[in-house]
Design a binder for this molecule. Structure first.
Ligand code: FAD
Length: 364
């Protein structure tokens, strides 16, 4: 039986936390649970926009759950378990991080969901900030898609999670990204249905002008292009329509939205955390970033976007932080990501560069 603490802690302790976790999705919750379980003083700051809150209505691939669950319930359970272990949670929007190990300063400001305007201090940090998603525009607006194009209404997003739900269905892949992502989604569906059509949206987040459209021509899939004027769900999951500005009407039983996910790493970058060319936070296998005392977990890293990965990397980061805080030897275990050798030598990394770098930095 999972114990769920009621309500959030409205007045987090302003003293120095062992760890502040920025982001309270599955990754942040898993990290918070382990640290609190080990009696670390941990605060989770979350502004409440995990896809688990809004868009994840059908989870069939997370081990240990019933075969059917929905994101909001799972997230409440994850947060409840971490609170029960002693982690503090605060609805807050983190806008700035400064300082260095062993004292980071984390500042929050109001957002459209949060009221908190405070400064918190911590010895270590975890970025578990996830990604933001760009859905297809409807009538030129990004957000208009969201209230209707929910999983429960017959729109799916993740081929790894939801392709099996399209068995024998007529599917319209609505693409907002690259030709490659449209083909990736369509190909993933072919083991479940042969009724697949692709719509390349003309006001997509990644414009397809300049992309190699011949890949679509050479694919087995029927495809078309156009700007979306309306999305209609007359019988959700059985009959739904996209009306294009040209007047063309596309019908399907399921929309499969090939959206673009962008890692939320802006705040991490302000203290020098390295990111790759897509903005993913670069870490070593343990989740440690190039900055002493700073870890990252979950979708903001370049990993497969799955709840199991998010909780796994959150747990691993927390294990390492617990050892880092409790064992001086762990401070010697700096950063071992092989691709970041260059970054290590060009960036100002105080503890590694100021002393004997070769003896402290391991490259596997
Ligand atoms: C429609 C959809 C369906 C999915 N279905 C499945 C599925 O069936 N199975 C599966 O395994 N996975 C599924 N996923 C993927 C899964 O939801 C993600 O992999 C998982 O939520 C990632 O967890 P996370 O903790 O890394 O990030 P998130 O869940 O994105 O959480 C990050 C949190 O950080 C907060 N945050 C970000 N920046 C700040 C800041 N500056 N200050 C304060 N808070 C901040 C955000 O508000 C958010 O709450 C689905 C995703 C989508 C979009």
């Amino acid at each position: 039986m999972i114990g769920i603490a009621q309500g959030e802690d409205r007045m987090p302790d302003k003293k120095l936390f062992d760890t502040i976790i920025i982001g309270g999705g599955p990754a942040g919750c898993a990290a918070a649970l382990h640290l609190a379980y080990h009696k670390r003083k941990v605060l989770v700051l979350d502004r409440g926009t995990s896809p688990m809150h809004f868009h994840t209505n059908t989870i069939m691939n997370f081990p240990s759950l019933a075969t059917y669950s929905e994101g909001r319930t799972l997230l409440r359970q994850l947060q409840g378990v971490a609170k029960s272990a002693g982690a503090q949670f605060k609805e807050a929007n983190v806008v700035r991080v400064s300082g260095a190990y062993p004292e980071f300063k984390v500042e929050t400001a109001r957002s459209y969901r949060t009221r908190d305007e405070s400064t918190y201090l911590a010895r270590t940090l975890v970025f578990a900030t996830g990604t933001s998603r760009k859905h297809p525009r409807v009538k030129g607006q990004w957000r208009n898609w969201l209230p209707v194009a929910n999983v429960g209404n017959g729109a799916f997003y993740c081929p790894d999670c939801e392709a099996p739900l399209c068995k024998d269905k007529e599917v319209l892949v609505v693409n907002v990204g690259t030709v490659g992502s449209a083909l990736h989604v369509a190909n993933s569906l072919t083991r479940f249905t042969d009724k697949i059509k692709i719509l390349m949206t003309e006001d997509a987040y990644i414009p397809f002008e300049g992309q190699d459209l011949s890949r679509l021509e050479n694919s087995p899939f029927e495809w078309t292009r156009g700007k979306i004027k309306e999305v209609e769900f007359p019988v959700p999951g059985r009959l739904q329509r996209v009306v294009l500005e040209s007047g063309e009407v596309l019908q399907a039983e399921v929309f499969f939205v090939a959206f673009v996910a962008t890692p939320r790493s802006e705040v991490a970058q302000t203290i020098g955390v390295d990111v790759d060319d897509k903005g993913n936070i670069i870490t070593d296998h343990r989740g440690k970033t190039n900055i002493e005392g700073v870890w990252a977990a979950g979708d903001c890293r370049p990993i497969t976007q799955q709840i199991a990965m998010a909780t796994g990397t959150g747990n691993y980061a927390a294990l390492m932080i617990n050892q880092f805080l409790g064992n001086e030897y762990e401070h010697e275990e700096t950063f071992d990501h092989p691709e970041c050798r260059a970054a290590l030598h060009t960036k100002d990394i105080p503890s590694a560069e100021s002393e004997d770098t070769a003896s402290k930095v391991e490259f596997s």
